[in-house]
Design a protein around this ligand. Structure first.
Ligand SMILES: [Zn+2]
Length: 373
């Protein structure tokens, strides 16, 4: 079982939590905001362990800590404490209503919040120590779902704590945000990420790339490595570096196929690990967004080289390809490409066909090259 003091690289977040815990009036609703894979959910579980422990101890540093041996602690360690409720969009699969069960889940809707948060929050806790609700991916909460939670966030039943986990706090309604104590999580040290990847048998060059690309997200880095994205990124960067003004007719097609393949693999993975159906469109958008970010990282590196900035390259493993990109574009063109790439990422979320987006990406990268010829 993880204790609050064992959370690595998030001293500011855990320090803030300690201050909250020591206060006379402990907040009942928290908003854990920060990048994916930096320990937000692990910290939420550590906080739950402390809140639900039957005999909390004081450690040598004078910090209150879960005992690790009471029944509640053992249940948390086993991942099946009946009063710790993890809430995520795929729970719709277990909804009593078949219509809701059979929907493809793209958002975290009011039905899931009603059945898995509001209803159990109104019942007594099983172990008698209180209840903790950890709501994941809250940026996917619908407005209706957020509105349904306002009352419980304002005044939860006794001994009930609600932790909302999200990427950026400003993706939630101001009325939701203002009812929660905001705890910010930052990126983890790159060396720490590299160490974790090495433990998962990822090669050092690849590990260094993911640490830099995810800017210190262990979870993100492990996911990308496991998805086999490294070979894909090496291939894409190589082809972008070789992209002449005539473009590359097969590149758009190949990028579309790759994002499709990645999405299919993700749908299968979620099905296997959680038994849930991830909407293929959502999976495709996510995969395409990561690929666009990989491409953007290459152009940010090219900008670093073109402007002679003192920054370590994300793609240090392909420095020659980055140098080729930088030699072909001036900084204004690179800035233009980066701007277009972020525009394409937004377009992906507006039902624009992935193939159209990829063709445009290639055109953008190639046409800027034309300008310089
Ligand atoms: Zn305990």
């Amino acid at each position: 079982m993880i204790h609050l003091q064992d959370i690595i690289g998030q001293q500011e977040a855990t320090g803030r939590l300690r201050t909250c815990l020591a206060a006379d009036r402990m907040p009942h609703a928290f908003l854990f905001a920060g990048p994916d894979g930096v320990g937000r959910e692990t910290t939420a579980l550590a906080l739950a362990a402390l809140l639900l422990c039957e005999s909390p101890q004081t450690d040598l540093a004078g910090q209150r800590t879960a005992c690790g041996s009471c029944q509640s602690c053992r249940l948390i360690a086993g991942g099946n404490h009946p009063d710790v409720h993890r809430i995520y969009k795929e729970l719709a699969r277990y909804h009593e209503n078949a219509d809701i069960r059979n929907r493809k889940m793209q958002s975290l809707g009011i039905e899931v919040i009603r059945s898995f948060l509001l209803a159990p929050a109104g019942r007594a806790s099983t172990q008698g120590q209180g209840k903790v609700f950890i709501v994941l991916e809250t940026e996917l909460l619908t407005i209706e779902a957020q509105n349904s939670m306002l009352k419980i966030l304002e005044e939860p039943p006794p001994k009930t704590t609600i932790i909302l986990v999200c990427g950026k706090a400003d993706m939630l309604l101001p009325t939701t945000r203002s009812r929660c104590a905001l705890i910010r999580f930052g990126a983890l040290p790159h060396d720490f990420v590299i160490e974790k990847l090495a433990a998962a048998e990822v090669q050092p060059t690849e590990a260094a790339f993911w640490a830099a690309f995810t800017d210190g997200s262990v979870g993100g880095a492990l996911d990308h490595a496991a998805a086999g994205l490294y070979d894909i990124k090496c291939d894409i960067l190589g082809r972008l570096a070789a992209l002449g003004p005539a473009g590359d007719v097969t590149l758009g097609e190949s990028l579309a196929t790759t994002s499709d393949t990645l999405a299919e693999a993700e749908v299968k993975r979620i099905k296997k690990s959680a038994g849930a159906d991830l909407a293929k469109t959502l999976a495709t958008r996510r995969a395409a967004a990561v690929m666009l970010q990989l491409i953007a990282a290459a152009y940010r590196d090219a900008m670093t080289v073109a402007t002679g900035a003192e920054r370590v390259l994300i793609n240090a493993d392909q420095a020659a390809a980055v140098a080729d990109l930088a030699a072909r574009h001036d900084p204004d063109q690179i800035a233009e490409i980066l701007q277009q790439l972020s525009r394409y990422e937004r377009l992906l979320w507006r039902n624009v066909a992935a193939k159209t987006v990829w063709d445009n990406v290639v055109l953008t990268c190639a046409s800027a090259a034309t300008l310089n010829v």
